[in-house]
Design a protein around this ligand. Structure first.
Ligand SMILES: NC(=O)c1ccc[n+]([C@@H]2O[C@H](COP(=O)([O-])OP(=O)(O)OC[C@H]3O[C@@H](n4cnc5c(N)ncnc54)[C@H](O)[C@@H]3O)[C@@H](O)[C@H]2O)c1
Ligand SMILES: [Zn+2]
Length: 379
C-alpha cells in the first residue's frame, strides 16, 4: 500500500491472485487520467463503456474525453439506473448491444457506475464470447469500497438477489474519489455503512478513526474519503486474496447482511430501504444478538450502534419496521439466504468491535425470539 505518495498521486493497492492479480487505484481525478491507466490493459485501443443514465449525465463525457485524448475509441451503452437493471432481461439486451457494436473476445468492457452496473457488466464479461476482460470504474462509495473489488458478479431473479452470477475478477479498478461529489447524500451514507463494516469486522483502530473522522468524510473531506476507501479496499483485497470463493474468511464480509437482506426483502429491495441502510441496521442486530448471547460486552454493541446512529444511519428495527412485519416473516427471509447450509443459519457475530466471527451455533428459534424482541423495541 503506497499511501505515502504525493497528494494527487493515486494510492495503489494490489489484489494478489497470481496471474489474475490486479491493481486498485484510489485518488481524486482518476477519471480524467483514465486513458493512461486503461492503455496498459487494452489489447487494441477500443473500450466498450457501459454506464447508467445518471452517471452518463454527470460523468460520461469527461470519461470518454479522457480516453479519446490517449487515442482510445469508445462505444457507449447507457442503461436505466437502479436495481431493476440487474435482471436477465437487461443482461440479454446488454449482450445484444455489445455484440451489435462489434465487441471481440479480446476487447475490454468498462463498468462505469455503481454496484448495479459493476455486477451486471462483470457478469456479462464473464459469459460474452466465453469470457472477456473488464475494468471497474466505480462511482458510488459502496462500489468503491466493496462491489468493484473481489470479482463477485451477478443479477437478481424473482427468487432473490444475486442468485445468478459468477466469480470473474476485473483487470483493473479505478476509484476516483472526486466523482463522489455528485452522489446524493443518502447514497453516500449507505456506502458509509460498508466502510464502517470493515472496522467492525476486523480493525478497531479504523473504527476509532471513523468515530473521529466519519462526519468530515461524509461532509466532503477528500483526504478522509481517500483514507477510508484505501483502508477498506486493502482489507477487502487481503481477505479476497486469502479466500476468493468464500469458503471461509470472506464470509466475514457478510456482517449485518443476513439480517440486512431480510429487511431489504421485507421492504421490496427498493428505495424504501437502501442496501447500506439495511446493512447498518443488520450490523447493529448482529452486535446486539452477540451481546444477548453473552459473546460480546454490551458496551461494544452500544459503541457500534452509537456511531452508526450518529452519522444518520438507521439502527433500530422498531424505527424502520413496516406494518405487518413479524419475526417469523424475517426468519423466513433469512432461511432463503445463500449462507444457509444444511438448514442451519450461518451468522457473522462479534466478540467486540473489530472481532467478528462466523458461527453455526445459533438456532432458528433463538433468532426468532431475538427478532420478536427487536421488533417490539425490547432488544
Ligand atoms: N459484487 C459485490 O461484491 C457486491 C458487493 C456489495 C454490493 N453489491 C451490489 O451493488 C449494488 C448496489 O450498488 P450501489 O449502491 O452502488 O447502487 P447503484 O449502482 O444503483 O447506484 C446508486 C445510485 O447512484 C447513482 N450514481 C452512481 N454514481 C453516481 C455519482 N457519482 N453521482 C451521482 N449519482 C450516482 C446511480 O445511478 C444510482 O441511482 C447492489 O445490486 C448490490 O447487490 C455487489
Ligand atoms: Zn453489502
Amino acid at each position: 500500500v503506497s499511501t505515502a505518495a504525493a497528494r494527487d498521486e493515486p494510492a495503489s493497492l494490489q489484489l494478489a491472485l497470481g496471474e489474475r492479480s490486479y491493481p486498485i487505484l484510489v485518488g481524486e481525478g482518476l477519471l480524467a487520467a483514465a486513458g493512461a491507466h486503461l492503455k496498459g490493459v487494452l489489447k487494441r485501443p477500443v473500450a466498450f463503456v457501459v454506464t447508467d443514465a445518471n452517471v452518463a449525465r454527470l460523468h460520461l463525457e469527461a470519461f470518454e474525453g479522457a480516453l479519446a485524448r490517449t487515442g482510445i475509441k469508445t462505444h457507449r451503452i447507457v442503461l436505466q439506473a437502479g436495481e431493476g437493471t440487474k435482471t436477465f432481461d437487461h443482461l440479454a439486451r446488454l449482450a445484444d448491444a455489445l455484440l451489435d457494436a462489434g465487441c471481440e473476445r479480446a476487447d475490454m468492457l468498462v463498468a462505469l457506475g455503481g454496484g448495479v452496473i459493476g455486477d451486471l457488466v462483470g457478469f456479462a464479461a464473464s459469459i460474452l464470447r466465453r469470457g472477456m476482460d473488464f475494468v471497474q470504474v466505480p462511482t458510488t462509495l459502496l462500489a468503491q469500497v466493496d462491489s468493484s473489488v473481489g470479482g463477485k458478479t451477478g443479477i437478481n431473479t424473482r427468487q432473490g438477489k444475486n442468485l445468478v452470477g459468477s466469480f470473474h475478477q476485473p483487470r483493473l479498478v479505478l476509484a476516483d474519489t472526486g466523482v463522489l461529489d455528485t452522489l446524493p447524500r443518502r447514497e453516500l451514507l449507505a456506502g458509509y455503512a460498508e466502510v464502517a463494516k470493515y472496522g467492525l469486522i476486523g480493525d478497531e483502530p479504523f473504527f476509532a478513526w471513523l468515530e473521529g473522522n466519519g462526519a468530515a468524510l461524509l461532509a466532503g473531506d477528500h483526504a478522509a474519503r481517500r483514507h477510508a476507501i484505501v483502508t477498506s479496499c486493502a482489507m477487502k483485497a487481503r481477505i479476497v486474496a486469502a479466500d476468493e470463493r468464500e469458503t471461509g474468511e470472506r464470509a466475514l464480509l457478510n456482517l449485518g447482511h443476513t439480517f440486512g437482506h431480510a429487511l431489504e426483502a421485507e421492504t421490496g429491495f427498493g428505495d424504501a430501504l437502501l442496501h447500506g441502510e439495511a446493512v447498518a441496521a443488520g450490523m447493529v442486530l448482529a452486535f446486539r444478538l452477540s451481546a444477548r448471547l453473552g459473546l460480546c460486552p454490551p458496551a461494544h454493541a452500544e459503541r457500534a450502534e452509537r456511531h452508526l446512529a450518529a452519522v444518520g444511519l438507521p439502527t433500530r428495527l422498531a424505527a424502520i419496521r413496516g406494518p405487518g412485519w413479524t419475526a417469523e416473516g424475517l426468519v423466513a427471509h433469512m432461511r432463503q439466504d445463500k449462507k444457509v447450509a444444511q438448514g442451519q443459519p450461518t451468522l457473522v457475530l462479534a466478540r467486540g468491535v473489530g472481532r467478528a466471527f462466523l458461527t453455526r451455533e445459533v438456532e432458528w428459534e433463538a433468532l426468532r425470539a431475538f427478532l420478536a424482541d427487536a421488533l417490539a423495541g425490547r432488544a
